[in-house]
Design a protein around this ligand. Sequence first.
Ligand SMILES: *[C@@H]1O[C@H](CO)[C@@H](O)[C@H](O)[C@H]1NC(C)=O
Ligand SMILES: *[C@@H]1O[C@H](CO)[C@@H](O)[C@H](O)[C@H]1NC(C)=O
Ligand SMILES: *[C@@H]1O[C@H](CO)[C@@H](O)[C@H](O)[C@H]1NC(C)=O
Ligand SMILES: *[C@@H]1O[C@H](CO)[C@@H](O)[C@H](O)[C@H]1NC(C)=O
Ligand SMILES: *[C@@H]1O[C@H](CO)[C@@H](O)[C@H](O)[C@H]1NC(C)=O
Ligand SMILES: *[C@@H]1O[C@H](CO)[C@@H](O)[C@H](O)[C@H]1NC(C)=O
Ligand SMILES: *[C@@H]1O[C@H](CO)[C@@H](O)[C@H](O)[C@H]1NC(C)=O
Ligand SMILES: *[C@@H]1O[C@H](CO)[C@@H](O)[C@H](O)[C@H]1NC(C)=O
Ligand SMILES: *[C@@H]1O[C@H](CO)[C@@H](O)[C@H](O)[C@H]1NC(C)=O
Ligand SMILES: *[C@@H]1O[C@H](CO)[C@@H](O)[C@H](O)[C@H]1NC(C)=O
Ligand SMILES: *[C@@H]1O[C@H](CO)[C@@H](O)[C@H](O)[C@H]1NC(C)=O
Length: 418
Amino acid sequence: MTPLLLLLSLTLVLLSFSTTPASLTQAFCIPGQRHALIQLKQGFKTDLLQSWNASTDCCTWDGITCDQLTGMVIKLDLSSRSISGELNPVLFNITSLQYLDLSNNWFHDVKLPDTGFERLTNLTHLDLSCAGFVGDVPISISVLTNLISLDLSNLISSNGADNNLLLDGSRLQIILKNLTKLQVLYLDGVNISSNGSEWGNAVSQVGHTLEELSMMDCSLTGPIDPTLVQLKLLKVLQLDSNNLSSHMPIFLANFSSLRVLSLSACGLRGPFSNEIFHKTDLTVIELSENHMLSGQLPEFTNGSLLQHLFIGGTNFTGPIPNSIGYLQKLSTLELSFCDFYGEVPTSVVNLTKLIDVYFQRNRFTGMIPISLFSHPSLESLDLSENKFTGYLLVRLDRCGKKGRREEVGRSIGKCVTL
Ligand SMILES: *[C@@H]1O[C@H](CO)[C@@H](O)[C@H](O)[C@H]1NC(C)=O
Ligand SMILES: *[C@@H]1O[C@H](CO)[C@@H](O)[C@H](O)[C@H]1NC(C)=O
Ligand SMILES: *[C@@H]1O[C@H](CO)[C@@H](O)[C@H](O)[C@H]1NC(C)=O
Ligand SMILES: *[C@@H]1O[C@H](CO)[C@@H](O)[C@H](O)[C@H]1NC(C)=O
Ligand SMILES: *[C@@H]1O[C@H](CO)[C@@H](O)[C@H](O)[C@H]1NC(C)=O
Ligand SMILES: *[C@@H]1O[C@H](CO)[C@@H](O)[C@H](O)[C@H]1NC(C)=O
Ligand SMILES: *[C@@H]1O[C@H](CO)[C@@H](O)[C@H](O)[C@H]1NC(C)=O
Ligand SMILES: *[C@@H]1O[C@H](CO)[C@@H](O)[C@H](O)[C@H]1NC(C)=O
Ligand SMILES: *[C@@H]1O[C@H](CO)[C@@H](O)[C@H](O)[C@H]1NC(C)=O
Ligand SMILES: *[C@@H]1O[C@H](CO)[C@@H](O)[C@H](O)[C@H]1NC(C)=O
Ligand SMILES: *[C@@H]1O[C@H](CO)[C@@H](O)[C@H](O)[C@H]1NC(C)=O
């Protein structure tokens, strides 16, 4: 913008302010909404909403954001406010809400109401995660077509069948049908109990707007449905702890935005497609506890962003390639309980970001990779149950952050295990 134009537009702004003085100050909260919020609070048990005082402007209260022009409440963020008690349906009278976050609270065994959510049609973000809600996920969410982010995860209190949110596959289908703007969908721990084609088709409806999909521990079965190829702009895919009894879907190698791939303990079987390893933008590859998943580490290439590689408890075999030295960002390397063999390549010394290394229960040979012990960032190292040779006569003055000092024996305490 040229200085002249800038000056002009500044003048225009000033002019418009002087003609409508009300817009100079932020609007106050609307009495009806303040009243609704007070009623909402009366249902809550918490010590943390002291600022919610009916004699003050509700736009200044903790967790509330109002539209600057209209004074309407557009954001209610009550995450981690130690709230228990009940959810007064007056909440659904605050129809101006765009952002509703009740996550990390203690609504133990409070059922989500069947009706009400359908009134919050301007919602773009709905987060009810880890809040203790139980019962059926209300189908009324299906009309919230402006939703960009929906989080109903509840992995914490999965200590009983009736302690979860329930959402069977056919209702998942209905709820997602019209949510065409959805970018983020977290349903971890929600009991969906659905087969591969059913949940696959339900989720595929969202299409290429979806960037993050997490359905860990949802009692899903497989196989992974080919319609998921439509989610080609996924950045995060997490399906851990389901029994998918599935082959590794090759189409994932074509997902150019993929950064986090987490598929542990989900019954993957057959050969692992090494094309996934060649996606240098991946930061997390988590495949552990898929006992029937076979594969070998590939030749890694320079420029990889990989930070966490979890392969433990799979049927992977073969040596660690020297090219692992290219994984300059690697901080977790977990290869335990597999069939890896050969010597640990010297190039691991070059992995300056390494923090946790788990090699236990493989067939590694050669000298104990002593150089790892003096590795600057390392906090845990487990080399136990391998076929390393050599003596260890070191005194561990530093054991990462735990700061343990141990005499060397068969086992060197918690941080280094041999
Ligand atoms: C609300 O604020 C008023 C005036 O600041 C104060 O007298 C009153 O005690 C407050 N009420 C509560 C419930 O904190
Ligand atoms: C919601 O607002 C309407 C009027 O706009 C009122 O009649 C109704 O009682 C309110 N609902 C609740 C649960 O307070
Ligand atoms: C919803 O958003 C639209 C567009 O921003 C706005 O015109 C409308 O008043 C909002 N609805 C409510 C109930 O606030
Ligand atoms: C989805 O939208 C279509 C067309 O707008 C409508 O007919 C249908 O009832 C909606 N479905 C759900 C589940 O809301
Ligand atoms: C999931 O729900 C089904 C009924 O829909 C039930 O049989 C099953 O036990 C539940 N599973 C879990 C892990 O809660
Ligand atoms: C998957 O579930 C749906 C709905 O319950 C059912 O119609 C379909 O036959 C099932 N498909 C398979 C392969 O079991
Ligand atoms: C996983 O599913 C397969 C096929 O449906 C079944 O044979 C197997 O027992 C299941 N595994 C577990 C751990 O439930
Ligand atoms: C991956 O993309 C390429 C090129 O777009 C295409 O030829 C290939 O069939 C795709 N592979 C899969 C498994 O979708
Ligand atoms: C493990 O992989 C080997 C080949 O490396 C294969 O022969 C064997 O059947 C696989 N075992 C399982 C349980 O998948
Ligand atoms: C790897 O890439 C980095 C930066 O992209 C470069 O500086 C370095 O020389 C490369 N190393 C090798 C061995 O090609
Ligand atoms: C470690 O890195 C140095 C410098 O980047 C390089 O010269 C050396 O070859 C690397 N060592 C191994 C074993 O890859």
